[in-house]
Design a protein. Structure first.
Length: 136
């Protein structure tokens, strides 16, 4: 069987199930080296491997890489990154990712009229968290 996105994603998922984030990230890198398309499934599996291992910084880097490469980040993506942060005790980082997820997912699915105030409050919380993290 010739390696493709499906084969690599399955291997990355197997690494995640075994709690092996380093091999999962190596496989994701190998996909890039071989010019094999990476998608939300391969990234989600890699982020889940970070969640299971508490490798929160790597999970956030993968989340950023997805955005930079135009790969759609969905609820699964954000939840795995949030859980990676929470597992490592990085509650502030988890809160920032949660706020980012609300904004990112809202842009694809605008909230009903009644939720505009909630979206504004989330945006303000995100901005406060961002300026707070710059102080530290």
């Amino acid at each position: 069987m010739k390696p493709n996105t499906i084969v690599f994603s399955a291997a990355i998922s197997a690494c995640a199930s075994a709690g092996e984030w380093k091999p999962a990230l190596k496989l994701l890198d190998e996909m890039k080296e071989r010019s094999i398309a990476r998608n939300s499934i391969s990234y989600n599996a890699a982020i889940k491997s970070c969640w299971d291992s508490g490798a929160w910084e790597q999970a956030l880097q993968l989340l950023q890489n997805m955005e930079e490469h135009g790969i759609e980040r969905d609820r699964v993506t954000f939840n795995a990154a949030i859980r990676a942060c929470e597992r490592a005790g990085q509650i502030d980082a988890a809160s920032r990712v949660r706020a980012e997820s609300i904004l990112a997912l809202k842009s694809r699915n605008p909230p009903p009229e009644g939720n505009q105030q909630h979206a504004s409050a989330v945006s303000q919380a995100w901005n406060a968290g961002s300026s707070e993290s710059q102080v530290h």
